[in-house]
Design a protein around this ligand. Structure first.
Ligand code: MSP
Length: 516
């Protein structure tokens, strides 16, 4: 079982490159596991975070009914499925009835176990982050990034977060791989060590949220509400609204859960969420894969600077697989990275066209020349594990285990690099063996070389499939393979029905960059 999640997106903003990045990362991981696990055992969840003051105000500003406003923006996120080719199984909304029931059950559990009490909150609140900001991070009514804060004094329910300091520290210690990359783990540990204050988990100054059952003038804090999406989507607390029943089936997924998230929301996922879960007798998720932030041409992306990158526009201009590939080849997943359209075009032209696309095209064009009745007969019963006679074959065999390890550790950039290293070796192999000459001088040797290269192309296309699904499928279709699963790697092919290859990627003229 595998359970992959994205953060659920706020509906006060339309989708941009940052959202696309998290979603595609999750999609890559889900697709990879679907190749190596039974497909139905891989669950990929995404959705929208629709409650809170920020959303209520955005709708009020436009004079639109809040639910209608949410429906509109939520559908823009849902439609990313087609634009970005996302393979999620379920799209959750925090306004879903089923989700609301889970949040109320969670509240009930925390209350029954004695972790909730009522008091007053006095302090600074950031609407942007939907979070209270500690006094030492407030300067002149503004947070450290210069965003205005509001001073609140309200009756509020509190969660006894302070009681979880040691429990959390013990948890981190016994689960050293909980957060990847591990530098983020250090940050979290030092934050928790510096002391935890109880957390305000209800608000009374607005209404757009889930009301507390016994005290409905309070709505539940948007982060407690939102984080519960990860367990409500799998009905962890049971589907009957009248009783709490921990689901064994959900637990099987939960034990293999991976949350993808940006570094800005690390504290909520690495501190608050495990504390809520431990309080409710539920294990924290298995892994958090944290990624960095995209800047644009070296600048922070913001609506006011007007430099937000619209993934839909980029995909329409350059193609979906091109965009998906670029995001992970350009960035070092886990760390900050910069978007520039020129950099994007270079990656497409050099890596996808020149390296992968060209390898497939020239090898299969040569293979077609000797195909009999459309069938290319591979020399020997072609099994790489028995015919390790070149550097590429031996490296390709080892690749599967390396890539599995990379995916398990959230190392998406290393993954691509490892595959492209093989592509580069394969291209060199073509150049040194010169099969276009062998076809005239030594047909047996020609067949050996091309057979070996075809097997490498098959394996590499399967490995690239999670990142560039449609292009990889196209490459495989040229050799008559339509199924995408682990068997493709392990099959011993004797003859392959060939199609005449057409280019998988088109070179982009750099002039296109600034001409829309
Ligand atoms: N609603 C919360 C998440 C609740 S999860 C229980 C939220 N939503 S968000 O829409 O603001 O952000 C969602 C994701 O997009 C986060 O992982 C965030 O890091 C990511 N990004 C938003 N802007 C980004 C960049 N400029 N660069 C990279 N990712 C960024 O937070």
């Amino acid at each position: 079982m595998k359970y992959i999640t994205t953060p659920i997106y706020y509906v006060n903003d339309k989708p941009h490159i940052g959202h696309a990045y998290t979603s595609i990362a999750a999609d890559v991981i889900a697709r990879f596991y679907r190749i190596f696990e039974r497909t139905e055992n891989v669950m990929f969840l995404t959705g929208t975070d629709e409650h809170g003051q920020k959303v209520q105000k955005s709708a009020e500003k436009l004079n639109i009914n809040t639910q209608d406003f949410c429906n509109e923006i939520s559908s823009q996120f849902r439609n990313l499925k087609d634009t970005l080719n996302l393979s999620y199984n379920y799209f959750i909304r925090t306004t879903d009835e089923n989700h609301k029931q889970t949040v109320l059950k969670m509240w009930q559990l925390l209350e029954e176990k004695g972790y909730i009490y009522k008091s007053f909150y006095k302090g600074w609140y950031s609407q942007k982050d939907e979070a209270f900001i500690p006094d030492n991070e407030v300067n002149d009514g503004k947070d450290q990034n210069g965003n205005s804060l509001e001073f609140l004094k309200e009756e509020s329910y509190f969660f006894k977060l302070s009681a979880f300091q040691d429990k959390l520290l013990n948890f981190y210690k016994s689960h050293p791989d909980f957060i990847k990359p591990s530098s983020y783990m250090k940050e979290v540990v030092s934050f928790v060590k510096s002391g935890l204050k109880d957390l305000s988990i209800s608000r009374t100054s607005f209404t757009w949220g889930i009301p507390v059952t016994k005290d409905p003038k309070h709505v539940i804090y948007v982060w407690l509400d939102a984080l519960c999406n990860y367990i409500s989507a799998i009905n962890y607390l049971g589907s009957d609204p009248s009783k709490i029943e921990y689901s064994e089936h959900a637990k099987e997924y939960w034990d293999e859960s991976i949350h993808l998230l940006g570094k800005d929301i690390l504290k909520f996922h690495a501190v608050y969420w495990p504390a809520f879960l431990i309080a409710a007798d539920i294990n924290p998720p298995k892994r958090l894969f944290v990624h960095g932030w995209w800047t644009v041409d070296g600048q922070k992306m913001s609506k006011s600077l007007g430099n937000t990158v619209d993934p839909i526009q980029i995909v329409n201009k350059y193609g979906c697989d091109e965009f998906r590939y670029f995001l992970f080849k350009e960035s070092n997943f886990g760390y900050d990275c910069n978007f520039s359209e020129n950099g994007f075009v270079d990656k497409i032209n050099y890596d996808l066209c020149n390296d992968y696309g060209n390898l497939v095209h020239r090898v299969l064009t040569l293979a077609n020349k000797v195909a009999i009745n459309g069938i290319f007969k591979l020399s020997r019963s072609f099994d790489l594990s028995k015919n390790i006679d070149s550097e590429i074959s031996s490296k390709t065999i080892k690749l599967k285990e390396t890539l599995k390890k990379y995916i398990n550790d959230g190392l998406l950039t290393e993954y691509l690099k490892a595959v492209f290293d093989i592509i580069s070796i394969a291209n060199k192999y073509v150049n040194t063996t010169e099969p276009w000459k062998l076809i005239k001088t030594d047909l047996q040797k020609f067949n050996d070389v091309i057979s070996e290269l075809i097997k490498v192309i098959i394996d590499i296309s399967i490995f690239l499939y999670p990142f560039i699904p449609e292009s990889a499928k196209k490459a495989l279709s040229f050799v008559g393979i339509s199924e995408i699963n682990e068997n493709v790697l392990n099959t011993i092919y004797e003859g392959l029905p060939l199609e005449k290859p057409t280019p998988i990627f088109n070179k982009i003229d750099n002039k296109k960059v600034n001409n829309g």
